[in-house]
Design a binder for this molecule. Sequence first.
Ligand code: KG4
Ligand code: ZN
Length: 336
Amino acid sequence: MNILGIESSCDETAAAVVEDGRKILSSVVASQIDIHAVYGGVVPEIASRAHTEAICGVVNEALEKAELTINDIDAIAVTNAPGLIGALLTGVSFAKGLAFSSGKPLVPVHHIRGHVAANYLAHQELEPSFVALVVSGGHTSLMRVEGYTDYKLIGHARDDAAGEAFDKCARVLGLPYPGGAAMDRLASVGDKKKYKFTAGTVDGAEFDFTFSGLKTAVINLVHGETQRGRVIDDEFRADIAASFTETLVKSICSRIKLLLEREGAQNIVLAGGVAANSHLRAAVKATAEAFGAKLYLPPLSLCGDNAAMIAAQGYYEFLAGVRGGTDLNAFATKGV
Ligand code: KG4
Ligand code: ZN
């Protein structure tokens, strides 16, 4: 069964064709990063307009690369939540029109479930149940995946997502948007003990995350040093990146450790843009191994937003009978 996936929840316009939820026939991602970099972050209205301009070409290219036409597609899967509402609506409206005109079924997909499904494309043997941690620019969610379409939230970020914290710290250090990958490289050469930061806990919700205090501590430290006349050089950037990353990674691993202590070894799946972070990957791997748990990681190419992951999850949603009609809407926030 061939599923055409469409993704437009943030700043990537993407389309892909995936066979039986596991095999990528094509995957096209048109990034808007260059457009938003001048503003230091995503400008929602500009994102919506850029999606509108790109979407026809991107979907055509995905079909061409798969050497298929719309007639060979069995269902159209589209991200309809969560994300920037105008951006989401572009993909949803396009998918509705295409499904209606071609007579194909339409399948709405939750973006976070899509990130998890990136691992089905990379690990053919992976099946639920497992624990999944999605760390991205917009989300930090720890979930129990009991079936392909059966998700239970264990904990989530109450304020800034991990990626948001990475990007804002990078910005104050003068790095271009999105700064996550640059922070990763800098952290490798910095001194992680140089600055003492903390990431808080949430009273009564031991699996929830809070990163806005950590982000603010970094911003305040940089502003304070700058006011005292310090020049932000590479050594300063590297030490901040290393100390910040160490704190954030420890916070994430502490929740995984707590879960494994309570429940024993089980399969763990990491996903999302921040899952590309080398320090996080190594630390989560070490935590999992310490408890005899198996860790599944997506390749770097499938960590960030793409439509192959949406088509993969769309396949399982389709099998479960999930359908969208011409009244399908998009939602900026929605439980997983
Ligand atoms: O999953 P994604 O493409 O979009 C959302 O769904 O939000 O994630 C994008 C986020 C950005 O915040 C970016 O800075 C971050 O992933 N990111 C990284 C790395 N690569 C991308 N953060 C830390 N280390 C990286 N290597
Ligand atoms: Zn994402």
